[in-house]
Design a protein around this ligand. Structure first.
Ligand code: IVH
Length: 674
């Protein structure tokens, strides 16, 4: 292809790709499958590789990331990025409105109007566009100066690299010159759960906001791209008509290609504001992302400057935060859980209490520093809290109601399971049971991890079965699982012959998983699923890995000295060596490409649902084909679903999938995956 033709084709592909991006992410009305989309992108990247001089900064190819940033340059914000004053009380919202009304009146204006928006729980950023082109993106930082993270932000599909303008021409008055867009980067709940599932327990993020903040600071933009973040815009500055009210600015942002969340409302009275707050109190939990309140802004932007700001926040806006749902109950006792790595976790045993629709009777206290921080004793009344869909936690003690007999919580001297004396390594907050080889709790934990979904995904191997296997001495590690017989399994409690058969089948199937999954399943400290994939890539066999020195390991991408040392430690342990031997003997994939091919494993680890009419397959057969290839069929769409095959006239399940951000493919693409 000559250059002129290539240029034309590149232009066509870019427009097409950005259009589909927008249909998918902003409008939730995809017209093509992910597969077809990837094909368009691949074609663009191939052409740009052939003609590198045609690459431009706004090309969608720039979204896949790949650049490594060593240090982020500092950006001084042209105007400080203020935060909002917060309140939990509707009365204070009313006070705010009254104050604004007085000020507006003094300025000679009429009754003010407000725009009520949802308060997105993510990370604030600022984007700078010059003549419609994204030139810089930065974090809020301390409000005055932040980090320049353009490369990372470019990977976010809902951040336009080039602005659309309603007229179609790119350089008309609407987007010429410089404009600044501010908004929030966030992670959807489903993507957050998926990200956490892939990480080693000790490195999981506490909530989507932390995960977003951590991701934006990554130096490897390709990893940022993989984590699927989103952007919602709530502020536009720099357009020609400075008097354009805020609500029209939001609409302008939408026509430029931004998502605004769409759930904003023009309110003409305090009563309407209160109604909006009320309306979203529960409804917000149905959104695929987390929100923690409502932001109220004066619609008349010309008044913003006149009202001004205090040192920290503007006088023309306020944030109402929904109170976290709380309940009072009694701490009846504390038990100690032993994790697969020996970590002791104190667990609050609570008097059962209803909170946000479910009954809560246990909650983690994390570690002994947390117990000290709370100052909690057994017998105390405690407040527990649930924000969003997060697991409840103990937030405070009701000291006024402390009973006389409340007992302090002591660190146990020995492991509740194997009675070995506990240890606390220097500089760590947690206590550990050092009996890693023989402690039954650690054995159970390791086996359950080995069988978990992202590891070898051994179905039917649940907690109660594993507990019996360990207790009866039938399995001390994952290697023993492969020696189990039908009789042994059928002889266990609550095990019919059929379930025993299923377990053996599932074990057989686990031998066909890829080598990288086995590496993750071994449960090496600090080695999560992503690290295991990198390792598998760099060291294509366990024998090879066993021989590698710490320095050699630390040279693998994603692996620093701590992980390298942990891998070395693991291979030096006699029990780990014994387990590896058993696994090798059983025929597990000890090297890349070693998995026995059944048919193929193209649906491995996927939870799949079919919806709508298929043209070329009978539903049951299609489902069977997924199972044969390692996938699981589920009956309803949830955040755990990983793939939806949508046929003709797919309805509510498809809608739900899109809402939850689950991947959707067509029947054509399904065939290609087979
Ligand atoms: S307006 C001058 N609108 O809340 C204030 N902020 O404490 C500009 N936030 O830093 C912010 N949703 O990270 C605004 N619809 C929304 C918002 C929002 C979330 C965050 C933002 C800001 C913080 C304010």
């Amino acid at each position: 292809m000559d250059k002129a033709k290539a240029q034309q084709e590149i232009g066509r592909l870019r427009t097409e790709i950005e259009r589909h991006n927008r249909l998918y992410y902003v409008e939730a009305k995809p017209e093509i499958s992910d597969f077809e989309f990837d094909k368009l992108l691949e074609r663009l990247i191939a052409l740009e590789q052939e003609f590198p001089e045609l690459v431009t900064p706004d090309s969608p190819s720039q979204r896949v990331g790949g650049g490594i940033t060593k240090e982020f340059p500092t950006v001084i914000h042209r105007e400080p990025m203020l935060s909002l004053s917060n309140t939990y009380s509707i009365t204070e919202v009313t006070d705010f409105c009254n104050r604004v009304e007085k000020l507006v009146e003094a300025e000679g204006g009429g009754t003010p109007e407000y725009v009520a928006e949802l308060k997105f729980d993510g990370v604030a950023i600022s984007l700078l566009y010059r003549d419609g082109l994204l030139v810089r993106g930065s974090t809020r930082g301390d409000g005055r100066q932040g980090d320049e993270i353009t490369a990372n932000l470019k990977t976010i599909s809902t951040i336009p690299l080039r602005l659309d303008s309603p007229g179609g021409s790119l350089f008309d008055s609407v987007v010429s010159g410089e404009i600044e867009v501010r908004g929030e980067v966030y992670m959807r709940k489903a993507d957050f759960d998926r990200l956490n599932e892939e990480r080693p327990e000790e490195e999981r993020f506490a909530n989507p906001r932390n995960a977003t903040a951590g991701t934006l600071k990554l130096q490897d933009s390709a990893e940022v791209a993989r984590r699927r973040m989103h952007f919602v815009a709530y502020f536009l500055k720099g357009i020609a008509d400075e008097s354009t009210p805020h609500i029209q600015r939001l609409q302008r942002l939408e026509s430029m290609g931004f998502a605004t969340g769409k759930h904003y409302k023009l309110c003409k009275s305090v009563a309407q504001v209160a109604a909006f707050i009320d309306e979203w109190a529960d409804k917000r939990h149905t959104l695929p992302y987390e929100t923690d309140g409502v932001v109220l802004k004066l619609n008349d932007v010309t008044l913003w400057d006149r009202l001004g700001a205090t040192a920290k926040s503007p006088r023309w806006a306020i944030a109402y935060k929904y109170p976290a749902q709380q309940a009072k109950t009694v701490l009846q006792g504390v038990t100690f859980q032993v994790g697969r790595l020996g970590t002791i976790t104190p667990v609050a045993e609570l008097k059962p209490v209803k909170l946000a629709g479910s009954t809560v009777s246990r909650s983690t206290l994390h570690n002994f520093d947390e117990i000290e921080r709370l100052g909690v004793r057994v017998g105390d009344y405690v407040m527990i809290e649930k924000s969003g869909e997060v697991i409840p936690k103990v937030v405070s003690v009701v000291l006024d109601e402390r009973p006389e007999a409340a007992d302090a919580i002591e660190v146990p001297e020995e492991c509740p399971e194997c009675h070995t004396k506990l240890e606390r390594p220097e500089g760590e907050v947690s206590w550990y049971c050092p009996n890693e080889e023989a402690c039954p709790a650690q054995r159970r934990g390791r086996i359950l991890h080995f069988a978990s979904r992202n590891a070898l995904d051994i179905q039917n191997l649940g907690e109660s079965l594993v507990a019996q296997l360990v207790e009866r001495g039938l399995a001390s590690d994952a290697g023993d699982l492969y020696k189990l017989t039908l009789e042994q399994l059928a002889g266990l409690d609550r095990m019919a012959a059929k379930s025993a058969r299923n377990v053996l089948d599932a074990l057989e199937k686990s031998k066909t998983r890829p080598y990288a999954r086995l590496l993750f399943a071994l449960g090496i400290r600090h080695v999560g699923a992503a690290t295991a994939r990198e390792l598998a890539h760099a060291c294509p066999s366990i024998d090879h890995l066993r021989e590698m020195g710490e320095e050699e390991l630390a040279a693998v991408p994603d692996i620093g000295p701590v992980i390298a040392a942990s891998i070395r430690d693991f291979f030096a342990k006699p029990w780990a060596q014994a387990m590896l031997e058993k696994l090798a003997k059983a025929g597990l994939p000890m090297q890349a490409g070693a998995a026995k091919a059944l048919i193929n494993n193209n649906f491995e680890g996927q939870s799949v649902i079919f919806t709508g009419g298929l043209e070329r397959h009978v539903r049951q057969q299609a489902e069977e084909m997924v199972r044969e290839r390692g996938g699981r069929i589920v009956s309803s769409v949830s955040k755990k679903t990983t793939l939806v095959v949508a046929g003709s006239e797919a309805g509510s399940k498809l809608e739900k999938a899109i809402k939850l951000g689950v991947k959707v493919i067509s029947e054509d693409e399904f065939e290609r995956m087979l």
